[in-house]
Unconditional design. Structure first.
Length: 278
């Protein structure tokens, strides 16, 4: 008999190699658990546009940087919009989903973010530093990121056509990531050693830490999706936003205990049922 369970197309690139992370392990685990509730099929991001008609919803997970399959991703977004496909994450994100422009917007709006400028003539707006971070406006996974001494910064940016962003290099104590399903906080992890970004440990987030993270979740306005708020603890003790990942954030589920992973799976199942019922 035909199945009456919801059909989900799960978009991932199991062969993608990320520094310090095994994306494929995370997606193998998640799909094994989601199959308990949904009829589920995996596909590469390059095939998503051609397959989505046969499914009730699409989940975009560890599919790698969009730059690696930009044309296919654009075709998927266009096709999903045409047919009103339910997509998780919702495709209206204002953060990494559409590049790094949001770092400029949040800086201009006075949010607690590492100060960011996008034009050489705006360098005077940045606090003085011995070294600066220069990154592509459409970068991902630290591709193209460089550390540039202050005395070489203008030379580095000479001829830039607006494709680069500049930030001071912050001497932070550690990085913290806050993970949300829809607007519900799930867990926090931190890297106690700045030179080992993906050696993560559970972090007991204080109320003021969660208030910080929720400001960016509210700003982004996504109703359904997994989001990761990455922050650094600045020398003064305050948190500053490093990145708001709203497309396919890696979840570091291997850093959680079994109860933590089960809790996340339960939250994701509930969110997907809510999306399908909308």
């Amino acid at each position: 008999m035909p199945s009456t369970r919801p059909r989900i197309l799960y978009v991932t690139d199991l062969a993608y190699e990320a520094r310090g992370r095994r994306y494929c392990d995370e997606d193998i685990f998640l799909t094994s658990r989601l199959r308990e509730d949904f009829d589920l099929a995996l596909c590469h991001p390059g095939e998503a546009a051609a397959l989505l008609d046969a499914f009730d919803a699409v989940v975009v997970r560890n599919s790698g940087p969009v730059l690696g399959h930009q044309a296919a991703y654009d075709a998927f977004r266009e096709r999903a919009a045409e047919r009103g496909t339910r997509v998780y994450n919702q495709l209206t994100g204002r953060a990494d989903m559409v590049g790094k422009q949001y770092l400029l917007d949040l800086t201009d709006a006075g949010y607690p973010v590492i100060p960011t400028v996008g034009r050489p003539e705006d360098l005077h707006r940045l606090p003085p530093a011995d070294e600066y971070v220069v990154k592509p406006r459409l970068g991902a996974d630290s591709v193209g990121l460089r550390f540039v001494p202050a005395d070489r910064l203008r030379e580095t940016l000479r001829g830039d056509a607006g494709d680069l962003l500049v930030q001071p290099r912050v001497d932070f104590a550690h990085e913290i990531s806050f993970y949300f399903v829809d607007h519900d906080f799930q867990y926090a992890l931190y890297a106690p050693h700045p030179d080992r970004r993906w050696r993560l440990e559970p972090y007991d987030a204080a109320p003021q830490d969660l208030d910080f993270a929720r400001r960016f979740i509210e700003w982004n306005g996504i109703d359904h999706g997994i989001q990761r708020v990455d922050a650094c603890r600045a020398p003064g003790g305050e948190l500053l936003l490093v990145e708001l990942e709203d497309l396919n954030p890696y979840l570091s589920l291997d850093a959680l205990d079994e109860a933590g992973r089960n809790s996340f799976v339960t939250a994701l199942r509930t969110a997907l049922r809510r999306l399908l019922a909308a």
